[in-house]
Design a protein. Structure first.
Length: 392
């Protein structure tokens, strides 16, 4: 007999747009929480961003909203506020990435949430801290990457700043919102009180970046420059093999000894630039050159076979368009076949955590805008015509 999903019985109200708060809601839903997504008339703009399916639903919405329930609420009207208050009164956790001034307008300020539901946990996320002068400044992922120093890490390596080729700030901050919500939920189990948790994106991503890249400025006075040389070396990248690209990583000194045996270079065991992990990290050029020279005349399969036999960490670079057919991932519950009511069959990206002995929420239809209005209003005993009706 398998137990219930870890967050079964936990109720979440998501009032969010695009990725950050919806991603936090997805994380909690994948852990078993019941998530109601309250959207303004016209819906979350994330439904219309990026690649759209034949039925007009975005890829973002199909994966971020799977298993949630949707209701349109115009919180600027008296009836809409009544519905929103009903949802807040129901929720264990309220997630929102609306700006502070808009939260006041929607009835999602901490003072109002606490008045409606003293046990609620309000988790807010936006570019800058809610109580800072920049609190109401709009901040999308690229803005946050810039303001937090993340974009500058590319300058340290390549000579000019760049944006990461994925929405790293939204997703990291979404995970931080979910993590913070669970910590607050535990605290409430101890003292019985709700609380407000603010997750500023710039703060979150600055902390994310500075863990390793604060470098020598960690010390007072500074003992060196910012940045971690091992990962900032221009040579630090996958290396080409005969039929693809590969990552060979003899990281520890034990790994390195076995690799030197494999390539028949015993002299590298005492070479001052590569003999120790510390030396290889401080001046990685020769180390990376050696890996490149090893990989170039071999196939990926040959490299994987040789390194695996020698106990050296190795992986070929998987192409994103091949991941759905990757033998390892195919055996995991991460990518599952699902069916969308409008878009048909699709591959759903599930949560990666597996709680052994507990049920795992299966793939579910992605919430259609306002598609759960009747069920939600019935749940709270509200009139069927309360609030605004919407549609995809």
């Amino acid at each position: 007999m398998r137990g219930a999903a870890p967050l079964a019985g936990v109720t979440v109200l998501e009032v969010g747009t695009v990725i950050m708060a919806p991603y936090a809601g997805k994380v909690l839903r994948d852990l078993g929480a019941d998530v109601i997504k309250a959207e303004p008339p016209g819906g979350d703009i994330g439904r219309r961003i990026g690649l759209l399916g034949p039925g007009g639903t975005s890829v973002l919405a199909m994966n971020l909203n799977a298993g949630k329930r949707s209701i349109v609420v115009d919180a600027r009207t008296s009836e809409g506020r009544r519905v929103m208050d009903g949802l807040v009164g129901w929720a264990d956790i309220v997630l929102t990435n609306t700006l502070p001034a808009r939260r006041e307008e929607f009835g999602l300020s901490w003072d109002h949430v606490r008045e409606v539901n003293p046990r609620a946990i309000l988790v807010t996320g936006q570019g800058f801290a809610s109580d800072s002068p920049q609190g109401d400044s709009p901040a999308y992922d690229d803005i946050v990457q810039s303001a937090s120093g993340l974009a500058d890490t590319y300058r340290l390596r390549d000579g000019e700043p760049r944006y990461s080729p994925y929405v790293v700030a939204d997703k990291v901050c979404g995970m931080t919102m979910a993590q913070s919500a669970l910590a607050a939920l535990h605290r409430r189990a101890v003292d019985g009180e709700g609380c407000w948790v603010d997750v500023p994106m710039v703060d979150t991503m600055a902390a994310f970046t500075l863990v390793e890249h604060m470098g020598g400025t960690t010390f007072a006075p500074a003992a060196g420059d910012v940045g971690w040389s091992r990962v900032l070396a221009p040579e630090h990248r996958p290396h080409p093999a005969l039929d693809g690209w590969v990552c060979v990583m003899p990281y520890t000194d034990a790994n390195w000894r076995r690799f030197c045996s494999l390539i028949e270079r015993p002299d590298y065991l005492t070479h001052p630039q590569v003999a120790t992990n510390r030396a290889r990290s401080a001046s990685p050029a020769l180390y990376e050159q050696t890996l490149a020279e090893y990989a170039a005349p071999r196939t990926c399969a040959q490299i994987e076979e040789e390194c695996t036999a020698a106990g050296i960490p190795v992986a070929r670079v998987a192409r994103i368009d091949d991941l759905a057919d990757d033998p390892y991932l195919a055996a995991r519950p991460l990518l599952t076949n699902a069916r969308h009511v409008r878009e048909g069959d699709y591959v759903h990206v599930s949560g990666p955590a597996v709680f052994h002995g507990h049920e795992r929420p299966g793939p579910a239809d992605s919430a259609v805008l306002d598609g759960d209005r009747r069920d939600v209003l019935t749940l709270f005993g509200l009139a069927d015509d309360a609030g605004e009706r919407g549609g995809d």
